[in-house]
Design a protein around this ligand. Structure first.
Ligand code: NAP
Ligand code: G4F
Length: 343
């Protein structure tokens, strides 16, 4: 049987790297579309490059998502079966400073890709990485029927891309679906998202590289899952018999403070002595106070459900960061004991 061909934008990111691994295991031919950076940024996909690139099952292409021809040429040449659009300026806090660029890459590029699919290869299925940030100030639980009330340029950009996807589906008959994913993390999470910042900084504190973690508002609540579980949801959305929009979430939410407590408890350290909160630099002009997703639709129609809970996730992330600094959990606990006595 002919191997399926998938395109992934954002393959160098957290989700892109896990999704590529999943599809390669499923025998897809994967084409990763990446941007040129002055320092090569392929850390998260180095293992799959080693394993699959020479065999021709993984191909990487430099593309600029503001350049229609660079996208269209690849679609015309390889005629993908599935197109996963994961590339984005994905940091909400930074989007307050780079609103125009955020809209350009998160919204206009999505429009550009879908228009190119429509003109050049209409039977290609399209996935848009939509976000729970779109719900903004709408109170939880949030599902596919909840109104969008975005609170950031990032949220606005994702709402516009969501509607763009619906438009190509309804007006032009594209198989175009939105996955409305709630927060998901992993050891591959970027260092400036709050969960990874906490696990990574704790490893730095224990290894003597840092004294404190400086955070913003720790009262906000998020519904956190594991990226490994969520990329299965992403794939299932495009395997569904028709294009539709799906919420992917755990259904549980916790505050940032709860997450800090969980992580510090793993090594037995009192968090209050090591965390500084409400730092201006990390406060946002408007906040999304509480996200908790109702993913009944995905669980019923896609038979999707997460394996990881927040304790598993916190442990997976912290163990990875301890390892980065040459520590086992036992060693980390010993250092924590000494630090507790010192203060
Ligand atoms: P991520 O780790 O920040 O990865 C983002 C990817 O987009 C990276 O590969 C990045 O390339 C690429 N990218 C950024 N700007 C680009 C540009 N101008 N041109 C080309 N590529 C660009 O994000 P993620 O957590 O994997 O999220 C994947 C997608 O899901 C994003 O669209 C995000 O908005 C959305 N989403 C994420 C979550 C979540 O909680 N993780 C929840 C809902 C939705 P570089 O590696 O070169 O920077
Ligand atoms: O980890 P965060 O930056 O994630 P946020 O803003 O919820 O966005 C993430 O999830 C979205 C899905 O809902 C994605 F679409 C988006 O791409 C991204 O993956 O912040 C979480 C919360 C916020 O309330 C923030 O104000 O943590 C609070 N926070 C407190 N101190 C902090 C910090 N966030 C960051 N990044 N850094 C801090 O020092």
């Amino acid at each position: 049987m002919k191997k399926k061909i998938a395109f992934i934008t954002g393959i160098t990111g957290q989700d892109g790297s896990y999704l590529a691994e999943l599809l390669l295991k499923k025998k897809y031919k994967v084409h990763g579309l990446l941007r040129r950076t002055s320092v090569l940024n392929i850390e998260r996909i180095q293992d799959i490059i080693n394993q699959y690139e020479k065999k021709g099952q993984l191909n990487l292409h430099y593309v600029d998502l503001t350049d229609t021809a660079s996208i269209s040429n690849l679609i015309i040449k390889y005629r993908p079966d599935e197109f996963y659009n994961l590339a984005a300026m994905s940091h909400v806090g930074i989007s307050y400073f780079t609103g125009e660029a955020t809209l350009n890459i998160n919204t206009v590029a999505s429009y550009r890709i879908q228009e190119s699919i429509l003109r050049n290869h209409k039977r290609c299925k399209f996935y848009q990485a939509s976000s729970s940030e779109m719900f903004g100030s709408s109170p939880p639980p949030q599902n596919e029927m909840t109104p969008f009330n975005p609170q950031s340029p990032y949220g606005i950009s994702k709402v516009a891309a969501f509607h763009t996807t619906k438009y190509f589906r309804q007006a032009h008959g594209l198989f175009a679906s939105n996955g409305i994913l709630f927060n998901h993390e992993s050891p591959r999470r970027g260092l400036n998202f709050v969960t990874r910042k906490i696990t990574h900084s704790l490893a730095r504190i224990l290894s003597g590289h840092e004294k404190k973690i400086y955070l913003g508002n720790i009262s906000t609540r998020r519904d956190w899952g594991h990226s490994k579980d969520y990329v299965i949801g992403i794939w299932k959305i495009l395997q569904y018999k028709k294009p539709e929009d799906f919420v992917i979430s755990t259904g549980q939410n916790y505050s940032i403070e709860d997450f800090i407590k969980k992580v510090f408890k793993i090594v037995g350290l009192n968090w209050k002595k090591f965390v500084s909160t409400n730092n201006k630099k990390f406060m946002r002009p408007s906040e999304v106070r509480s996200l908790r997703g109702d993913s009944t639709k995905a669980r019923k129609l896609l038979k999707w459900k997460p394996k990881y809970n927040l304790d598993d996730l916190a442990k997976d992330m912290l163990m990875n960061d301890l390892k980065l600094y040459g520590m086992s959990l036992e060693h980390a606990k010993k250092i924590a004991k000494k630090l507790s006595k010192k203060k």
